[in-house]
Design a protein around this ligand. Structure first.
Ligand code: ZN
Ligand code: ZN
Length: 303
């Protein structure tokens, strides 16, 4: 995307300027403080800059939208004054983290615990000392993985708070990382095994590098899929759906939907958790995904 390429070049320049500024001492007369600005609408944090970025490429993309009042920015410090992250145990070894009030798109993140270490799945913009303490109480983090750019948010802040553990992102979505960092590791191919039996599966669809997390020990050993936005848990939680854009109601085509289903075929899962509070398919989730794909394909004449 030409726009985001331009953006990244500018940000790299800003980061370099930030380092130079730090070495020179930011208290020198006329030096502007460097800030990691956060887009209010999607919660994405950007590389440090002296001024607010001119636009958010993630919101300008046709899958998102610029806030109705125009582009606005905030910071992590501002969130610390207004937001709290609320933890909830969804099932054994799975804890959700939901900012109150809503931050960014309104999603939750999860801490998935395994005998070999924990993963932060997806991410939320606010991060404060109480959150770090609560995650440490759960055993800390060994890795971070985020389904797609809508939830990248402050993932670099999170990994910095936990010893700079790797952040696993599929390389097809590299262009959407607005705050480059050494901890962000791009993987290639169809699946990536982590520790504790966890696997990242690239499904494509909503984003080219869209990934889900398979947790075989979840649901008492029947398997859990953490899906972010895709498959998307419907209001009738016996069904899921698939969209190119959820806020703008742009459907996915038949080839993409078939690819999502095919990529999940090798994995057993009985339960599925989506990004938003209450989004859970409690049982027979794999059957739900397959039946939902069939229904969708019938409706768009692509079956
Ligand atoms: Zn944005
Ligand atoms: Zn999304």
């Amino acid at each position: 995307m030409p726009h985001s390429e331009t953006r990244r070049t500018f940000l790299t320049h800003s980061t370099a300027a930030g380092v130079a500024l730090g070495l020179a001492g930011s208290s020198s007369a006329g030096a502007a403080a460097m800030t990691h600005f956060i887009c209010v609408t999607c919660g994405t944090q950007f590389a440090a800059s002296a001024k607010e970025p001119e636009a958010c490429p993630i919101c300008r993309d046709e899958r998102q939208y610029v806030g109705h009042g125009g582009q606005t920015w905030t910071t992590l410090d501002a969130y610390r004054k207004t937001h709290t992250n609320v933890f909830a145990e969804e099932e054994a070894d799975l804890h959700s983290i939901l900012p109150q009030p809503k931050a960014g798109i309104g999603q939750r993140a999860f801490v998935v615990r395994t005998r070999d270490g924990n993963v932060l799945w997806d991410c939320v913009p606010p991060l404060d000392a109480a959150t770090v303490a609560a995650v440490k109480k759960l055993g800390g983090l060994a890795a971070v993985a985020v389904s797609h750019p809508h939830y990248y948010t402050t993932m670099v802040e999170w990994t910095h708070a936990f010893g700079k553990v790797p952040v696993h992102i599929h390389k097809n979505d590299a262009q959407w990382v607005m705050r480059p960092d050494d901890s962000v590791q791009f993987w290639d191919g169809e699946t990536k095994s982590l520790f504790g039996g966890l696997t990242l599966v690239k499904t494509g669809g909503h984003f080219d590098g869209f990934q889900v997390l398979h947790w075989p020990a979840g649901a008492a050993g029947k398997g859990v899929l953490l899906s972010g936005d895709q498959p998307y848990v419907c209001q009738d939680r016996g069904w899921v759906s698939f969209m190119y854009s959820y806020p703008n109601l742009i459907p996915l085509g038949p080839a993409a939907i078939k690819r999502v289903v095919k990529s999940l075929k090798p994995f057993a899962f009985d339960r599925l958790y989506g990004a938003f509070p209450g989004q859970v398919v409690k049982a027979d989730a794999k059957g739900v995904v397959e039946r939902s794909a069939d229904r969708y394909l019938r409706m768009i004449g692509g079956g």
